[in-house]
Design a protein around this ligand. Sequence first.
Ligand SMILES: Nc1ncnc2c1ncn2[C@@H]1O[C@H](COP(=O)(O)OP(=O)(O)OP(=O)(O)O)[C@@H](O)[C@H]1O
Ligand SMILES: [Mg+2]
Length: 283
Amino acid sequence: MTFFMTVIIRDISVRKRLEELARQQELKLIQANKMTALGTLVSGVAHEINNPNQMISLNAGLLAEAWHDAQDVLDAHYQDSGEFFLGGLPYSEMAQTVPVLIHDIKDGASRIERIVADLKNFARPKGADTRLLFSLNDVVERSLRLLGHLIARKTSQFHVELANALPLMSGEPQQIEQVIVNLIVNALEALPDSNHAVSVKTYADVETHTVNVEVCDQGVGIAPEHLAQLCDPFFTTKQTSGGTGLGLAITASLVQSHGGRLHFASTLGQGTTVNAIFPESSS
Ligand SMILES: Nc1ncnc2c1ncn2[C@@H]1O[C@H](COP(=O)(O)OP(=O)(O)OP(=O)(O)O)[C@@H](O)[C@H]1O
Ligand SMILES: [Mg+2]
């Protein structure tokens, strides 16, 4: 026996709401497609940049050795015949400068290498990788050990509060470590001086079955009009200090691939609190 049922939506407000929902879903889909396209583009670009960059890095090393060997000959020539010029600058000056220049080239290449690695990570298809059960507290502690030096340099007011008996979460602990590192680095970078505080805490929410990590800073804060853009790839207010604007884009995609979400609250001039909220493991 077959039943047919017809539902006529008379209530205009219901229809409006459904239309709005459909529109929102369409927007989400467009955004997801954009992100996929961007991912493909980015991994292509990262690959293209890697090869010439490796050559720069390798050649800079070779140049440093060649310069080291040549310097004996050049020094002897300088002793015999006095000042001469290299690239328009006096040798007495270039003898100090060239090693620094070569060192800077190497440094620049390593920086590019790091950015490319970040880009690849961002573009990597997310999904069923190796998922483990792990403790968020352990990952926070590992992140803090990793950042020990930076923390000590940036603030004398660093507080940590790890919840007892936190439920486990599941996923890739290394990725969560990257999330926590990115959030703490941002917090430290926002501080006007080392007397301002950064606190990190973990806690469980028994009602929502989530485990949370909160990074709170007394930094410069975020302008309300920037809040919506924070996780956009390449959004940065740190152009002058070399920010790439990829930190939060990567963070957000890692959090999302763990079924979690980020929550930002900020008051300009007072500080920022970021929560990364993850579902507790069901097993
Ligand atoms: N805790 C914070 N306090 C103030 N501003 C923040 C904070 N966290 C993020 N922001 C703002 O969000 C922007 C984007 O952050 P994101 O981590 O993605 O990039 P970045 O820190 O600028 O560069 P990168 O992380 O690649 O070195 C920052 O430039 C900054 O303006
Ligand atoms: Mg950052």
